[in-house]
Design a protein around this ligand. Sequence first.
Ligand code: MN
Length: 246
Amino acid sequence: MGDNKFNRRKFLFTTSIAGIGATVIPSWACAESNRIASINGEEFSYTQQPLSYAYAELEPVIDAMTMEIHYSKHASAYAKNLADAVKAENVDTGKVSLTALMNNIGNYSVKMRNNGGGHYNHEFFWKSMKAPSDSNTHGDKLLQLLVKDFGSVDAFKNQFADAAKNRFGSGWAWLVKTNEGKLVVGSTPNQDNPLMNISDLKGIPLLGLDVWEHAYYLKYQNRRADYISAWWKVVNWDVVESRLIK
Ligand code: MN
């Protein structure tokens, strides 16, 4: 971890000049307090957490069987394999938060990278969704930022959908806030994510979409584009907005 005091000072300086306030404290800046191991107060545990909705509640956008298999088999396997890797590589989970592990993932094994990312990404994904509604929309604060950085909400959605469609093979599409305070869209391969120090796309994740086939194949088969366009109905914009700096 190196010199935490130095890192914290440097980080706070960086954020203050970027004008994005001090409520974003990356976990590596507060390693002495693992319980704050989160961004903007959103906590991420090393263990799989219960869903806040039933498997069937995201229907018809995501079918119940996909949700059940995705959560109880795929995501649960990432959590289990992460626990194995953490043990094998002597990570003190009382001191190193999950997000700190992501920030430093280049120092660990491929197993840690794949399963740590897999676990974090899915926990993040579940929290980003809710039961569909026709009036599902974002708040004013997010709206302003989307318009500022993309031109319009539709332009943002098109860019995000393109990132999700064009990710070859398995991976994720993301909306992130960069260290410079700008919202950008991109994608990562496999189970990588924008918190990882080895990722080309870096920033604070605000929204992420799983485009692995296991996330949509039962209902959408080869029609990834249909899954992506339907998915907007289940995005929990309140949660996305809560991930912005307060
Ligand atoms: Mn998945």
